[in-house]
Every structure is written in structure tokens, then in C-alpha cells.
Unconditional design. Structure first.
Length: 169
């Protein structure tokens, strides 16, 4: 039952991660390329907002990329010490997971507070695109929730020895 629930959560998160990262990076790439082409081929036209789009995509992809890093077990962690002293592998892995859970909980709480604060400020808009800032801050609690559940799934896999829940990364 728990394994089936984790598999369902994993599929939904994987879909959100892959497609949102793909779409945003494509938008940034096309925008940046169009701006470069316009600047080099004409002297009158430029996309003044392209730099902001690229910055916001980097912001988004950094946070959602953290969630993807947990799935592939490539999030930054203590790695050299367990190789030298193998008996420390399990305690340090547990410490790493607990640190990510604490971090993700902070991101949920603080990100929600910041999103709410930006939502209540009707003048909080991005500089050139005039997009409400709360939409960008909403990535923080979303990322926190996704990191929390991904970490729980990873801990379950570590404790049970099952690696087929998320595809055996």
C-alpha cells in the first residue's frame, strides 16, 4: 500500500519536474536567442525583457532542480567520510536526510510567508514583465513540499532496501 502511494507520488513529481524544467528552459533559450539575433541583425529592435526571463528561469530551475537531485541521489552530502569509514555510511545518510527534511520544512514555512506577503502587496511586480512577484515566490513552498516527500520516499527506499519505487536510481 505504501509502496503504491510512493510510486504514485513519484510519477506526479517526475512529470512536474521534467515538463516544467523543459518548458521553462526552452522559453529562456528561445527568448535569449531571439534577443541576440535581434541585437546583432538590427539596431532598432531588442527584447528588453529577455534578461529578466532568463534570470527567473534560472531561479525556477535551481529550486525545482533540487527536487530532481533528491530523486537521482545527487544532492550535496557528506561523501568522502563514508568511503574511508564504511560504518559511518548509514548514520551520515540519515543525518543528510534529516537535514533535507529540516530545510524543506523551513522552505515550506518561510516560502509560504513570503508568498503571502507578496500576494498582499498589489505593487509587487517584476521590473520589466510586470508579473506578480507572488507567482515566483510560490515556487519556494512548492519546492519544499516536493523535497520533503521525495526525501521521505528516499528514506523508505534506504531503510527497506527497495530501489524500484522510483525506478532504481
Amino acid at each position: 500500500m505504501l509502496k503504491k502511494l510512493f510510486r504514485s507520488i513519484d510519477r506526479v513529481f517526475l512529470f512536474v519536474e521534467e515538463w516544467s524544467l523543459f518548458a521553462t528552459v526552452c522559453i529562456a533559450l528561445v527568448t535569449a536567442m531571439a534577443n541576440v539575433v535581434l541585437r546583432k541583425t538590427t539596431s532598432d529592435y531588442s527584447l528588453y525583457w529577455s534578461d529578466e526571463v532568463v534570470r527567473k528561469v534560472i531561479y525556477f530551475s535551481t529550486y525545482i532542480g533540487c527536487v530532481a537531485a533528491i530523486r537521482s541521489r545527487s544532492l550535496v552530502r557528506i561523501d568522502a567520510l563514508p568511503q574511508m569509514l564504511p560504518f559511518l555510511k548509514k548514520p551520515l545518510t540519515l543525518f543528510s536526510h534529516l537535514a533535507v527534511l529540516v530545510f524543506s520544512t523551513c522552505m515550506i514555512y518561510l516560502g509560504s510567508q513570503m508568498t503571502l506577503m507578496m500576494y498582499q502587496d498589489e505593487y509587487a511586480l517584476t521590473a520589466t514583465l510586470q508579473v506578480p512577484e507572488w507567482l515566483l515566490y510560490a515556487v519556494l513552498p512548492l519546492m519544499g513540499v516536493m523535497m520533503f516527500f521525495r526525501t521521505i520516499i528516499t528514506m523508505y527506499e534506504d531503510w527497506t532496501g527497495l530501489n524500484d519505487i522510483t525506478g532504481g536510481c
